[in-house]
Design a protein around this ligand. Structure first.
Ligand SMILES: [Mg+2]
Length: 382
């Protein structure tokens, strides 16, 4: 079998699909994208095509190493996202060629169903209790929300109080019937992370995500030493070679590699195994589309330390399209009692609605995240 063609489709809300075709008539789908830099990743995907066209798509390990090592310069958000989407499509092809889901090729199921969580409250957290009530009606009992709006390097007690009040309202409304994680989203710098974690502790969140930016990963250990809240991070780390630093120094309870950013299934299975050796949980980042989610599930279902899976249904970013708009086998993605079942179809498990993808790609929005500024006019982390 030989790879014959790579086609990319940027689509709403802010995603990109990759179709890899072969001379055997089997095609695979991937989702190579960095939110806000879809066109840059698209260029990188096509730049890799000379290493792929004419090659056997079943030699995933060799093709991965060729893409990673063969260009001398490596790593980072753009290249690793391009490799990720290509890697997903290669696994899709291999599974389809052999007639089995990808998890069968990775040793088989380690669990029967996977715990899922949903976003509530939007970019600037608000209406959280109402959002949770609505999702409770369809069986969701685990959530994530942003912890703060813009926060200065040193900021006011008023802002800390507002963040704590929002969380207190959740416990008042639901008690311990529900669980939730809080995403600091890189908005919080080390000096403010301490008081926030200390004051959030009585509300016992499942985790706090990106308590500081991953580029300040050396702070994680210090924060973990002062709080009992499990700390999570990883959506902005792109390979084993970055994750090894946080495993070595300690501090994280959960790692969150993104299957569309951190080198795909081939790389994230290895990151998951490294995490298991350090008693660190896995909760793949996935505010993206169906192929990315299916790739996450393939890893979750073979990783004993997978604890939670993010998914984007109803997320505030999904303007213009929803998770299942490009999927024909929608029933396979149903969340029942807060859990998803293993993907059923051979390959990744997504029967992509190609016509819908092509139609949507004719008017893809050029999504970029908002640029926030502090009251003094300086740039704020979003
Ligand atoms: Mg996050």
């Amino acid at each position: 079998m030989k790879i014959t063609k790579l086609s990319t489709y940027r689509v709403a809300p802010r995603w990109m699909f990759l179709k890899i075709e072969t001379d055997a008539g089997i095609c695979g789908w991937g989702e190579p994208v960095i939110e806000g830099r879809a066109r840059t990743v698209e260029a990188a995907v096509h730049e890799f095509s000379h290493l792929l066209v004419g090659q056997d798509p079943r030699r995933i390990n060799d093709l991965w190493q060729t893409m990673y090592r063969g260009g001398f310069y490596r790593g980072g958000a753009i290249l690793m996202s391009a490799i990720a989407g290509i890697d997903q499509a290669l696994w899709d092809i291999k599974g389809k060629a052999l007639g089995v889901p990808v998890y069968e090729l990775l040793g088989g199921l380690v669990r029967d169903r996977m715990k899922m969580y949903s976003w509530v409250g939007g970019d600037r957290p608000g209406e959280i209790v109402a959002g949770m009530r609505k999702l409770r009606e369809i069986g969701i009992d685990t959530f994530k929300m942003n912890g703060t709006e813009e926060l200065g390097l040193i900021d006011s007690a008023r802002k800390v109080d507002a963040a704590i009040e929002r969380i207190a309202e959740i416990r008042t409304a639901f008690g311990y019937e529900i669980e939730f994680g809080i995403d600091f989203h890189g908005r919080v710098a080390a000096p403010m992370a301490k008081p926030l974690l200390r004051e959030l502790e009585p509300y016992r969140p499942l985790f706090v995500e990106e308590p500081v930016l991953a580029e300040q990963y050396e702070v994680y250990r210090r924060l973990a030493d002062m709080t009992s809240i499990p700390l999570a991070a990883g959506e902005r780390m792109y390979s084993r070679f970055e994750f090894k630093h946080v495993f070595e120094q300690g501090g994280l309870a959960i790692v969150q590699p993104d299957l569309s950013h951190a080198g795909g299934i081939t790389e994230c299975v290895k990151i998951a195994a490294m995490a298991e050796a350090y008693d660190v949980g896995l909760a793949p980042h996935c505010p993206l589309g169906p192929v990315a989610l299916a790739s996450c599930l393939q890893v979750d279902f073979v990783s004993h330390n997978a604890v939670l899976q993010e998914q984007s249904m109803g997320i505030h970013y999904n303007q213009g399209a929803e998770l299942l708009d490009y999927v024909r086998n929608r029933d396979d993605f149903r969340i029942v009692d807060g859990y998803m079942s293993p993907p059923r179809l051979p390959g990744l498990g997504v029967d992509v609605d190609e016509e819908a993808v092509i139609a949507a790609s004719a008017h893809a929005p050029d999504w970029h995240n908002p640029l926030w500024r502090h009251a003094d006019g300086s740039v704020a982390e979003w």
